[in-house]
Design a protein around this ligand. Structure first.
Ligand code: GUN
Ligand code: FE
Length: 448
């Protein structure tokens, strides 16, 4: 091999219970071989001699890494600073002033804190919406930490009670988005992608939304926005634009397969039909929807209609964690209260948390399941503990979705690189991030 050709690193994971989440829902006891970024083989008794690193899973559960399709890394520093409010007050009284006080340093540590929490709890891919300014710092944290992310700066050129540092001119918002896109879309060997993130219709002029529509088409990227989360929000849209929220998005040509809507709780039949027929994707955020008292999204109905649905924790100040284990359980439980206990089972929920999220991002051929040829985004759970026993003749979906917790995540691999091993973070310096998160928050609060 030539001196300038780096040998592909290989990892062999042995003796795992592999919940593949493939189309057949196969659960296999065996080994996974990773070569470089990809899963090269799955089988029993794969030869050890070729692997650089061998992880003896010893009965641990191997799952695809979780895909969370709605996160605000820039809000992680605001955990616990906006409790017990409904959406519009939560934004105007707390979140917007806090976001307005961000600088490069505080966005960076907010992102690192969030990414640390995400990787620690088994999430390997996120769709992330940043704040208006300093998005460069969030991309820096994403690049350094190794997490897979689709992210973009939030866009806000309209609305009342918006602090000055968050107010943008239309052209400037579009230009800054394109500048970030050209720098970060496809960065780190494709691990990072850009998405246009108009905040919600309440924060955006029609000119901005139409500009986003055309630029997203031109660059072949996704559009991520909040939609129909709160009755006050849709009342504002109806008063200003004379249409229901999703009807309006369709009216101006945004309702296309590259549009990803967070929440989608308050939809009428026409809006559900638009989402279905236009191939619009939906992200369910149960923890946020319960805490902000936003409502219960009709997720089982949307799935029945063939809509592609993922799950996301939203931001730390409306949850207050970024933990997919909690979101999975809440997804099932809130639907059961409304529609009865059989409406959603553990297997359906785990599919939303993995392949569902991958499909929302258009990455279903690359991530979301443990299959040869896919990118190696994986997590190992150690279920040798009281709260997940007995193991005898266990239903693995039930054990993982209804009983396991974030503390059970033992090892996380992203893009073929070990990010956490034996609960030790390898790509993020935890003591530094915790210390600097406190320091940068203290300075941010002084700027408020
Ligand atoms: N709608 C507009 N902005 C936001 C936000 O930051 N979080 C949530 N949950 N909803 C929003
Ligand atoms: Fe959100």
């Amino acid at each position: 091999m030539g001196a300038n050709i780096a040998a592909t690193a290989t990892i062999l994971i042995r003796n795992a219970v592999i919940m593949t989440m493939n189309a057949a829902d196969d659960i296999i006891f065996g080994d996974v071989l990773i070569e470089g970024e990809r899963i090269a083989a799955i089988g029993t008794d794969l030869p050890e001699k070729s692997a650089d690193t061998i992880i003896d899973a010893g009965g641990k559960v191997l799952l695809p890494g979780f895909v969370q399709t709605h996160i605000h890394l820039c809000q992680t520093l605001f955990r616990g600073r906006a409790d017990d409010l409904e959406l519009i007050d939560w934004l105007r009284q707390r979140i917007w002033p806090l976001e307005a006080a961000h600088n490069e340093d505080s966005v960076y540590y907010s992102a690192m804190l969030g990414i640390g929490e995400l990787i620690r709890s088994g999430t390997t891919t996120i769709l992330d919406m940043e704040t208006v300014r300093h998005t460069e710092s969030a991309f820096q944290a994403i690049a350094e930490s190794g997490i897979r992310a689709v992210s973009g700066k939030v866009m806000m050129d309209h609305g009342t009670e918006v602090p000055l540092p968050l107010q943008e001119k239309t052209a400037q918002s579009l230009e800054e988005s394109v500048r970030l896109l050209e720098k970060w879309n496809g960065a780190e060997g494709g691990r990072i992608e850009y998405a246009f993130c108009p905040r919600f219709v309440v924060s955006c002029t029609e000119e901005l939304l139409i500009g986003v529509r055309d630029l997203a088409e031109q660059y072949g990227v996704r559009i991520h926005t909040h939609a129909s989360e709160n009755t006050g929000e849709i009342a504002i849209v109806e008063a200003e634009r004379g249409m229901r929220n999703v009807v309006y998005l369709d009216h101006i040509g945004l309702a296309r397969p590259n549009l990803i809507l967070a929440h989608s709780i308050w939809l009428n039949d026409e809006e559900k039909r638009i989402i279905k027929e236009r191939g619009v994707k939906v992200t369910h955020c149960p923890g946020s929807n319960l805490k902000l008292a936003s409502g219960v999204a009709e997720i089982p109905e949307l799935i029945r209609e063939g809509v592609t649905v993922g799950i996301g924790a939203d931001g730390a100040p409306c949850n207050n964690n970024l933990d997919m284990f909690q979101e999975m359980r809440l997804t099932a439980y809130m639907q059961k209260v409304k529609h009865g206990p059989t409406v959603m089972n553990a297997r359906t929920v785990l599919r939303l948390a993995t392949m569902g999220g991958a499909a929302v991002l258009g990455m279903e051929d690359r991530i979301g399941s443990v299959e040869a040829g896919k990118l190696a985004d994986l997590q190992l759970l150690d279920l040798e503990d009281f709260h997940v026993y007995p193991s005898f003749d266990a239903d693995w979906y039930s054990r993982v979705v209804y009983a396991a917790t974030r503390g059970d995540v033992d090892t996380v691999i992203i893009n073929g690189k070990i990010a956490m091993k034996g609960k030790m973070m390898l790509t993020i310096d935890k003591p530094t991030v915790l210390r600097e998160a406190d320091r940068s928050l203290k300075m941010l609060l002084a700027r408020l």
